[in-house]
Design a protein around this ligand. Structure first.
Ligand SMILES: C[S@@+](CC[C@H](N)C(=O)[O-])C[C@H]1O[C@@H](n2cnc3c(N)ncnc32)[C@H](O)[C@@H]1O
Length: 358
């Protein structure tokens, strides 16, 4: 176990968080002394990952409010100390004192995200759907919604390389920067009406539960203050708007009843972002078949944002930026069901390559 753990932490430092000096230093420390993260062995096998330990440590520090010297290294706690030789003893002391709390989190929690950066692409997709299906208000079902923050897609402000869109600038309105890559113009003209919205998830995060929200915050990298501010603003907005989020043990079974519940004339848009990798192979096949059937029979527009090849994919040119994720639209047209790659984007929406013909 300890050798595997050491290798996982070493790999995490180089592949997953090379831009975060504290996380690199912490991962290399654990790689040298795997006993620091021994509690990971009590986590469910699929959760025995360095980011679970990193999140547990940050969560406990957030709870303690900066009282342990380790907090001085965390920008998320107001600390500005760069990793230095004293870090090793400080971490060891923290783990020795807080081991029980850390182990408890690693046993019971899983790493979670709800990334509103993805809304920069979702917003354009909804504009595009409104353009393709004129006169039809949109109904949005966010499958695997987490805390439901992406339901607020029309309440955020977007900066597409200087071209601003959506909500006007105001205090508390998150501004999401997304750099366009490539030549095609973005579909910034027009507007859409979001007549209905609902998020479903087998394990939704209750944004009114401070403990649950702190865990989501603890899963963010501590140096990315802009992302954390954006997250806090989105939580505050969601608390005001109270977007409907529902626990559904079987999200696939919930799809058609949702379509049935909609008034005539709306365009049902089923959306998933970074969700389908969590399905088992059989469940995913069933989900894809169910959704494809709903596109053909009920005119649903299915928008899927996932790592390439996960769930549904369309042929076409690879992205200009390696590592991009695919935004695939499955929709019904006069000539049948069409599956197309509409965009490639950074997994958190930092850049996007628009692909739909204009
Ligand atoms: C990486 S998070 C993505 C959350 C959100 N869609 C986003 O883009 O920020 C994955 C989400 O998928 C949910 N999930 C896991 N298994 C699922 C399933 N079988 N059906 C629907 N959602 C699922 C998790 O509970 C979690 O909220």
């Amino acid at each position: 176990m300890s050798e595997r753990l050491a290798a996982a932490f070493r790999q995490f430092a180089t592949r997953e968080c090379p831009d975060d000096p504290l996380y690199v230093a912490l991962c290399l420390l654990v790689a040298d002394q795997p006993a620091l993260a021994a509690g990971l062995s009590a986590a469910p096998p699929e959760q025995r990952r360095p980011n679970l330990w990193l999140a547990a440590v940050q969560d406990r520090l957030l709870e303690l409010g900066g009282s342990h010297p380790l907090a001085a290294y965390y920008p998320s706690l107001g600390g500005g100390r760069a990793p230095d030789p004293a870090l090793a003893a400080t971490v060891a002391d923290f783990v020795a004192n807080e081991g029980a709390a850390l182990d408890d989190m690693m046993r019971t929690r899983s790493t979670q995200t709800n990334e509103i950066g993805r809304c920069a692409v979702l917003y354009l997709m909804l504009l595009e759907l409104a353009r393709r299906f004129p006169g039809r208000p949109l109904a949005l079902l966010d499958v695997g919604t987490s805390a439901g923050l992406n339901l607020g897609v029309d309440t955020y402000r977007y900066d597409y390389g200087g071209a601003m869109a959506a909500a006007p600038a105001a205090p508390g309105v998150p501004v999401i920067a997304c750099d366009p890559v490539g030549l095609l113009p973005l579909p910034l003209g027009g507007t859409f009406t979001l007549a209905h919205r609902l998020g479903i998830d087998p394990s939704p995060v209750d944004i009114h539960d401070e403990r649950a929200v702190r865990w989501l915050r603890a899963c963010l990298w501590p140096h990315d203050r802009a992302r954390a501010r954006r997250f806090d603003d989105a939580v505050a907005l969601a608390r005001t708007h109270r977007w409907p989020v529902r626990r559904e043990a079987d999200c696939t079974a919930a799809l058609e009843p949702w379509v049935d519940s909609l008034p005539d004339g709306v365009l049902p848009v089923v959306f998933n972002s970074w969700v389908l990798a969590y399905f088992s192979a059989d469940a995913l096949r069933h989900h894809v078949d169910t959704l494809t059937g709903l596109v053909a029979r009920r005119g649903v527009a299915w928008l899927s944002a996932e790592a390439p090849g996960v769930g549904v994919s369309a042929p076409g040119r690879p992205p200009l930026t390696p590592g991009s994720s695919a935004w695939t639209l499955v929709s019904r047209h006069a000539d049948g069901v069409r599956t197309e790659c509409v965009a490639w984007s950074h997994p958190h929406g930092r850049h996007l390559e628009w692909r739909a013909p204009r």
